[in-house]
Design a protein around this ligand. Structure first.
Ligand code: MG
Length: 378
């Protein structure tokens, strides 16, 4: 089951101020700067949508009610929603602040019928928060996410076993998970317009134009095949990022900069899942394809970019190898939930800093704020 709140930020604002109900509420994009975060359905009628530049939104919908983003408030409502999710399934995988996968496999004894179960969940969310949710239920994650979007707002779409291909057949290929504009353009140029066109071909044919991984992914999704499990946060063992470089790299300064970039990514991912890592590992692969890993367990778990970076630097300093570097990785494991940790925090300032960084990343994208050191000279 995939559950997604409808126009989440805008809906929260409308619940908090009932005078705004049915009005074209636009969260974000005030003062003609930045981008729209969420547009209410009334605002969408004017063509306003999320990620649209503020200037354009003001032009399309001059009567729009533009409101500032109140992350703290949305997070509080999100917490309520996730408490409800937990009542409906023991395995909940959050995708963002307002959507999640719920594994309801084998829970037939708990619900009478699938529509009944989904309606109960929708009703509970509405009663507790005043917000409408859309639900998709399907044999796998890809189809469930797709289904929840088909009848928005307040939607409920159930994809029965055996109906996977029929549902997908005439949908545009952009609906496939992970297919961005670039891949979509390439597929269109090759004559693939609908998902059914890809379903009818073979992996071997797709392999002529894409890597084996992408070819398999495209073909499987097009045929409604998706083997990924719903993973609750508790089942996540580690969070890491690695990067293979176009050209082999060398030199302390260059390599440390790469670790700085990796630390920013891993820290952000840890914080967005409310996790801290106790063990930090680095991975270094040389141009001779020798791979080294080194790790250290900290006395205090962390999700601060700066601590991740310092630890990686120290681990790398003690590593001796010959050759240039082809790949670097940074991973945090031994994960602990922030709520489970002691309440004695003495790094208020750091927490404030990262909260601000994360709020910026959430509003403008993960690449919107970075260390000055990482800015490339043009
Ligand atoms: Mg949503």
């Amino acid at each position: 089951m995939h559950v997604d709140m409808d126009a989440f930020f805008a809906s929260v604002e409308q619940v908090d101020n009932p005078a705004l109900a049915d009005k074209p509420v636009i969260v974000g994009g005030i003062k003609n700067r930045g981008v729209v975060c969420t547009a209410s359905y009334a605002a969408r009628k004017y063509g306003v949508h999320s990620a649209m530049p503020a200037l354009q939104a003001h032009k399309l919908c001059p009567q729009g009610i533009f409101l500032p983003v109140r992350h703290e408030r949305y997070r509080a409502v999100s917490k309520k929603i996730f408490t409800i999710f937990a009542e409906f399934s023991p395995i909940v995988e959050p995708l963002s602040i307002d959507e999640a996968f719920l594994d309801i496999t084998g829970m037939e004894k708990i619900y009478k019928t699938l529509p009944d179960y989904a309606c109960r969940l929708k009703k509970r969310i509405l009663q507790q928060t005043g917000i409408h949710a859309s639900v998709g239920i399907a044999p796998n994650k890809f189809l469930a996410k797709l289904a929840s979007d088909l009848q928005k707002p307040d939607g409920l779409v159930i994809v029965e076993y055996g109906r996977e291909r029929q549902l997908l057949e005439h949908l545009p290929i952009s609906r496939l998970w992970g297919v961005g504009t670039k891949t979509a353009e390439k597929l269109n140029a090759l004559g693939y317009r609908e998902i059914g066109d890809i379903a009818k071909t073979t992996i071997a044919v797709l392999k002529k134009y894409f890597g084996i991984k992408t070819a398999t992914h495209l073909w499987q999704l097009s045929n409604g095949i998706d083997e990924r499990q719903v993973e609750s946060e508790r089942s996540i063992k580690s969070i890491g990022n690695e990067e293979t470089y176009d050209e082999d790299i060398e030199g302390k300064v260059v390599i440390e900069r790469k670790f700085l970039a990796l630390a920013g990514k891993v820290g952000w991912r840890l914080r967005s899942k409310a996790l801290k890592a106790r063990t930090i590992s680095i991975k270094v692969r040389t141009n001779n394809f020798v791979t080294y890993t080194r790790s250290v367990t900290l006395t205090e778990a962390t999700n601060f970019d700066a601590v991740l970076y310092d630890t990686a630097k120290k681990l790398f300093k003690d590593l001796h190898f010959v050759g240039k570097v082809r790949l670097l990785g940074l991973t945090g494991s031994g994960l602990v939930h922030i709520e489970e940790m002691s309440l004695f925090v003495n790094d208020e300032k750091q927490i404030k800093l990262y909260k601000t960084i994360d709020a910026i990343k959430m509003k403008f994208g993960s690449r919107s704020i970075t260390k000055a050191q990482l800015i490339e000279k043009k």
